[in-house]
Design a protein around this ligand. Sequence first.
Ligand code: C2E
Ligand code: CA
Ligand code: CA
Length: 867
Amino acid sequence: MSDHASATAPNAPTRSTNRAFSVFAGLLLVAGVLTAIAVGMWLPDTSPDVDRLWTTGPLLVIGFLLAEQLAINVDVRSGVAWTISFTEIPLVLGLLVAPFEIVLAAHVVAGVGTLLGRRVLDRAVYNAGLMFMEISVAFAVAEWIKRLLGSEGPFWAGAFVGTIAVPLLASVLGLTALRIMGKGMRVAPSLRLVLQTLVVALLNTSAGLAGYEIADKAPWGGLLIGLVFLGITAIYLAYSGLLREQRDLEALSEVSLRVARSGRHATGPRGTAPEDGEGSENDEWQLIAERIREQLNANRVVLRLRTDPQAPMRTLVAGEPLSPGMRRDDPRVLREDAMLQLPGNSVRYYRIVDAGEEVSEALTRRDAQEALVVPLRGATQLLGAVEVHDRLSRWRGFGKADIQLLRTLASHLSTAVDNRRLLARLRHDAYHDPLTGLLNRPGFREAANEPMREADTAVVVRIDLDVLSTVSDALGQAWGNRMVVAAGRRLRDELGPEVPLARLEGGAFAALMLDRQAERIQEIAERLRAALSVPYPVDRLTVEAGAVVGWATTADCEVDEPDPDALLQRADVAVRATSENEPLRQYAPSMGQIFLRRFQLVTQFRSAVENGQISVHYQPKVALPSRQVVGAEALVRWKHPEFGRVDPDEFVPAVEATGLIDVLTDFVMDKALARVRRWIDRGLRMSIAVNLSVRTLADEEFPDRVAAALKRHDVPPELLTFELTESGVMADPERALPVLRRLHAMGVVLAVDDFGTGYSSLAYLRQLPVDEVKIDKSFVLGMGTDLGDMAVVRSIVELGHSLGLIVVAEGVEDDAARDQLVGMGCDVAQGYLISRPLSEDRFEAWLRARTVQVRGARDETVLTLVH
Ligand code: C2E
Ligand code: CA
Ligand code: CA
């Protein structure tokens, strides 16, 4: 409390709104003055030597002033600070050589002078009371000791004890003041404080007395003492500087550490910090504000901060609370407050005594006398500001070292906050899908992990948008992306903001359902599918899409501790097990078998070709309306020793994926050309169609192999047709087009298969070297019941013709369809109505049984279907 007449004593807060303290200070002043009068009357008249007084008085004033100036502030951890000063030295000398009134006057003059010099007039009442009290008690005790000892004791005993009494008194009064202000310290630290005060007081007092003795008795003693005093002062100043520097460094590293720690609560994979994380983050910033306040020994620190560009500015206050009006976390405070107009990075020091009108208004609003303000400036923008209000010291305002420290602190804080933002950003990016803003796979893992463990039941749902690859292939990545974004938004709307939702890859999404939601999973899956099945407006087109949903629950996991990956993998299996008829499926362990089977198919394919398990079936194509058999489509078949007949729809994609597709294509082409060769040998002119996969179209050597095969079987190229899907061509037109052009140039017929399921327009076909278009069987099959399908078929026929293409309809299953196609002018029909795909032998038998030989237009033999 007293940092003047004592050696060490805690400082009371500079200012207090506390009424009790004001009363206490007032009482202290009255008591001090009364005590001074009483002591003055009680003390024996010393009839001072007036000449000496003219020198002693000013010397004492200088002594008191110097003792104050050289004081160092030591801040204790609790936020209370005390000052080590040398006030005991002039005091003990005063007690020895000067009368009571002079010492009292000198002390008061020095005190007032210091206060005026610092322009800190706070707590003046308390301090004045203290000064009167201190000097009065010192003299009273000294006189009492003198009388007690008589002439027995040393002449300095009275002065000694009197001086020691002063810091004790100041400590007790200071601690009382603190208690009254509600900032009381616990007993143990209080006692330690008093003890420390006593030690320094003893040291100062003995030094003062020894100095006096030497100066008085030894020749040139005064000079000697002066030199010793100078030396000690120099060492002392250096030491106090070091002390301060070290403490500042400690504070800096502590603050930096705290900022780093606060960053740990930053954005998790959910995109926003969880609620409790926000709390503990605020706690860290609060502690940072406290630490700054403690270090700068200030009455209050206001930390304004925006750590997240989206979030509002936060205001944290350490020390005395701000008035409610000032606390507003309003960004306008930063913009309009006169004190916060801070261009650059420097620290501003505002004092009410010399501030302009606006600034002093701003200070008044904060109920502060002085303030240090520094902006927190990040690499790109203003992050906030730190305000430090009122130094908690009786004499001093903020000094150079404080400004220096605050500047460094601010730059550390800004950098740390900047880094934190960057970190949060990186973290966010690592866990989110940039396209949809949803979680990505690692983000989902992270977000699902804990809730999954805590829930009774958890379900991971996987939702796959089905036409995505076709859209991207046909219209380009950008369109596909737009669809994905739209799908993600629909899922989010359907699930609400709380459910962890991720985009895994392509058009695949995953969501986590817990407990109550998990019970209704079937219903939710249905809803999600319905949401994704609403047509997508893509530019001026409308894209129809569907979705399949597969899910796995924690109960499906055999392992004790199911993790998101295990469930994701099982949901993936469930999705793969979906089909057109069963678009929603829950994982079942038996589904694993499907993949085992697929794996076996792939590994066994090559040997299957060699062992004769692979064969080619033929399905006739018939011209409309003439019924002439124009050729057949070659369709591959696998008779597996274990699985029986395997559908090409199952194994062709698998074979494709492993790069064995060449083996397949070459095998089918070879068989098919051999068949054509035999027909030619019999005088029959019928073509054969072979399906190509995307991979084949990317193979530059393929046309050479085709040429070789045609040559080997001696078949004219126009009797060979290649069927390719439009998405197959569009997947990589750069590579597919040269191959197609070469095939076309050779005279091979090119057909676009499954036309209508993709998204390119017929007009686009013009740019491809194709001769034939095959209307997808789904339209042909739907023609009888769906007017839309009918319209599609009709327009493909018309547009195909206008482009000079042969139009083939596949999937013709009944007479009605055939008749409609005839009516539309469709060129060729293929389907179960005419024949199912048949093995070589059965196909030959079919030809014999169902067709008659006729003479063709060019005098060749052709086969015509009989009724
Ligand atoms: P795709 O090229 O569209 O072949 C036509 C499919 O429709 C064949 O199925 C055929 O049996 C079936 N189909 C024919 N007429 C009708 C009908 O009237 N109604 C119905 N509902 N379906 C009919 P398949 O043989 O199972 O072949 C499936 C797919 O496997 C083919 O579709 C083709 O994309 C692929 N594929 C077959 N053989 C080969 C091949 O040698 N190489 C390649 N790369 N793919 C092949
Ligand atoms: Ca085909
Ligand atoms: Ca087809």
